[in-house]
Write a protein that binds this ligand. Sequence first.
Ligand code: UD1
Length: 338
Amino acid sequence: MKVLVTGGLGFIGSHTVVELQNKGLEVIIIDDLSNSSEKVLDGIFAITGKKPIFEKLDLKEKSEVEDFFKKHTDISGVIHFAASKAVGESVENPLLYYENNIGTLVYILKELSKKDKASFIFSSSCTVYGQADKMPITEDAPVKTAESPYGNTKQIGEEIISDTCKVTPSLNAIALRYFNPMGAHPSTEIGELPIGVPQNLVPYITQTGIGMREQLSVFGGDYPTEDGTCIRDYIHVVDLAKAHVIALQRLLEGKNDDNYEVFNLGTGTGSSVLEAIKSFEKVSEKKLNYKIVDRRAGDITAAYASTDKANNILGWKAASTLDEAMKSAWDWEVKIRK
Ligand code: UD1
């Protein structure tokens, strides 16, 4: 069974490749290396003892995508991670995001629609819910107007897949809405490699802890939460990766109820920014230099997942605690800065 993983050298992609290979699936990675490195292949090899096939390919080049699928006719499933993900950059350069995240999705779906049977897993995000009215957030919560072109690409992406599935019975797809992925493989062979100044909380915490950044700014201490800081659902990337394998197997084995399904991937537990800092201080045995500053524009107060649908239908549940995920993020930071 051959599986194509686009963006397979990225953060979530690389962890998913490991889990696919651990289950005996044959993997082909395509990645344009715009936000990743070929060295990640060595990390995957160190963990699994297998090097996946890798092709450097720019999915924005339609003819290259067509040629790729002509060459690899035996691909039965695709997990599509390749996309741009910086919210601020998407506001500055929306067309880049629509081209990278939407154009490429259309090319891949066109190729998959030609097949007698195809399975497709899409990287979506809890960003589609915006500030949901009720916690925990269930999959049937309304999709709110996107706060950024990045968020919009996830909403439009889901709609494109849903519309395509309606008229393409041979195509089976699942959109996975991630909450806040964090951490690294416990082997410390692969992990997150943010380029430049991290925008996300956990890499900013670990880089401050290691001394690369002087101080963490906590964006807002006056939210209507218990300690005044925002609440998120931080999920260990290995748990997230395992969910992708289960979702893909559901489709490959024809166990899906519908040919387009949506699942939340979170732990079901909300943690505040200050709780994340406390967790870091516990697992690293270091004091973190942080300061509460003004709110960041566009941040929502709270988001955590209802995990019932994924638990009941996929039979998947996140296994790691925040401390375990934070420990893996810290071990990885320590290793790569040595
Ligand atoms: C962000 C994106 C979201 C994307 C997700 C992917 C924004 C507004 N949202 O979500 O669209 O799907 O990443 O992982 O960028 N924080 C600090 N100091 C920091 C960094 C973050 O206090 O230096 C706080 C934030 O205010 C937030 C929490 O930490 O409360 C998590 O932030 P972040 O990691 O950026 O994730 P999200 O904002 O949830």
